[in-house]
Design a protein around this ligand. Sequence first.
Ligand code: COA
Length: 170
Amino acid sequence: MKSGSSSVRDIKIEPMTLKDLDRVLEIESRSYGNPWSRGAFVCELTDNTYAHYYVAKLDDLIVGYVGMWVILEEAHITNIAVDPDYRRMGIGQHMLETMFEKAREFGATRMTLEVRVSNVTAQNLYKKLGFAERGIRKGYYTDTNEDAIIMWKDDLGPQKPEAERIKWMV
Ligand SMILES: CC(C)(COP(=O)(O)OP(=O)(O)OC[C@H]1O[C@@H](n2cnc3c(N)ncnc32)[C@H](O)[C@@H]1OP(=O)(O)O)[C@@H](O)C(=O)NCCC(=O)NCCS
């Protein structure tokens, strides 16, 4: 890892706050040709009750982030990115595995996402973690008219007992 002896065990996953957005937007613009705007993140953090966003911190530096919507038993990954300087170190995998756990706590049993046909890197990550291709959304990405592969992971593991879930959902 860039900071010498650090490992993925040193990564802390914390809820994203508005204060994190300068750094999140920096990573977002280095990660995507068509990055989300600040307004899009603000809306997710303040207006969308289904949305759950987290940052991955190494020491105090945000090195990645991930977001999902949880609606009843389905979790939908909406965004995931790792700072290019910290990629290929297990952070993306660690963030997603943490989302499996959190999605279960919120009551989800399965998880879905869309990925660009050309984004083989991300597809490898998702396949490694048990996602399978289930379909194509033609021209889903309006910037380039690229198709999206729809992926699903059917088994997020056992759900928490009802009482535990309710405690997490309040
Ligand atoms: C996709 C992304 C989040 C992966 O994050 P990461 O922290 O670098 O990934 P990890 O180190 O956890 O890698 C886990 C697995 O993903 C796959 N993977 C990651 N980077 C890869 C690469 N450059 N080439 C091929 N496979 C890769 C591998 O299967 C890897 O497992 P392995 O190390 O045992 O081979 C990161 O590349 C990124 O931010 N990309 C830009 C944004 C993006 O495309 N997001 C997804 C939108 S759908």
